[in-house]
Design a protein around this ligand. Structure first.
Ligand code: F6R
Length: 243
């Protein structure tokens, strides 16, 4: 695992955006995995600005989303599909056929989840997967207790996640999601995690001090040979890195 400590949240966000743009420049047909959440909002804005400034050609890229709520439908204003359309697809003038959204509304969820995995394989895997982290150590919606070999599947959200994300919903917050598994994420060629804010400082300390711990699924990522963790000062405030 490589850790990048930034001097500010803005710098952390910019470093991640620059890496994404660099990846697309070096491989125009990159397959990129997308995360959502509040942490990622400024990242998508920075990415769109860099892409515009550099006249980046993103027409050959393909994007897979990490997770989606079950039970609300992709058109819901708080669905992750809407989030990505508003923050990435529209600002970058991308096409809908460049995206694969987790089939969380499918009637046959298990078969649809297997087909999603198959789509990733047929795209030759994900070159760069963006990740955030939950305060409970979840990645995607792989909540504590998830298995390291897990694949795209239906998951139950924990009380902590429902409380954290409930503010995005005026009505009832969904309690289930379709999420890529930890096994799926570990097969991505590069993992890039952005973590900002003091609410994430305890989980970052835990992540750095534990390995292969199902209580904190993010610890499984430390097995990956190309995993970069980008932190702002607040997220790094409980760790002590002596250089
Ligand atoms: C969302 C996702 C989640 C979030 C995590 C952090 O696609 O995969 O793992 O990255 O819940 O969310 P924020 O950034 O809102 O704290």
């Amino acid at each position: 695992m490589r850790i990048i400590l930034s001097d500010s949240k803005e710098e952390a966000v910019l470093k991640v955006a620059e890496r994404v743009v660099e990846k697309i420049q070096s491989r125009p047909a990159s397959v990129i995995g997308l995360a959502t959440g509040r942490t990622m909002e400024p990242l998508y804005a920075a990415w769109a600005k860099l892409a515009q400034d550099q006249k980046l050609d993103q027409s050959k890229c393909f994007f897979f989303m990490l997770d989606e709520y079950i039970g609300i439908g992709p058109e819901h204003p708080s669905s992750f599909t809407t989030y990505i359309k508003e923050r990435l697809l529209i600002p970058n003038q991308l096409r809908e056929d460049q995206f694969a959204f987790p089939p969380a509304s499918a009637l046959e969820l298990e078969a649809a989840a297997r087909a999603y995995e198959q789509n990733i394989k047929e795209a030759q895997g994900i070159d760069l997967q963006l990740l955030g982290i939950g305060t409970n150590g979840h990645i995607g919606f792989n909540e504590p207790g998830s298995e390291v070999t897990s694949r795209t599947r239906r998951v139950q959200l924990t009380r902590e996640t429902i409380l954290a994300n409930g503010q995005d919903f005026q009505g009832t917050m969904p309690t289930e999601a379709l999420s890529m598994g930890i096994g799926t994420i570990l097969e991505c060629k590069e993992l890039l995690m952005l973590v900002t804010g003091s609410s994430k400082a305890p989980v970052i300390k835990y992540l750095l001090n534990h390995h292969d711990d199902p209580n904190c699924p993010a610890t499984f990522l430390k097995r990956h040979p190309n995993f970069t963790l980008v932190l702002d000062p607040a997220a790094a405030s409980k760790i002590n890195l002596k250089i």
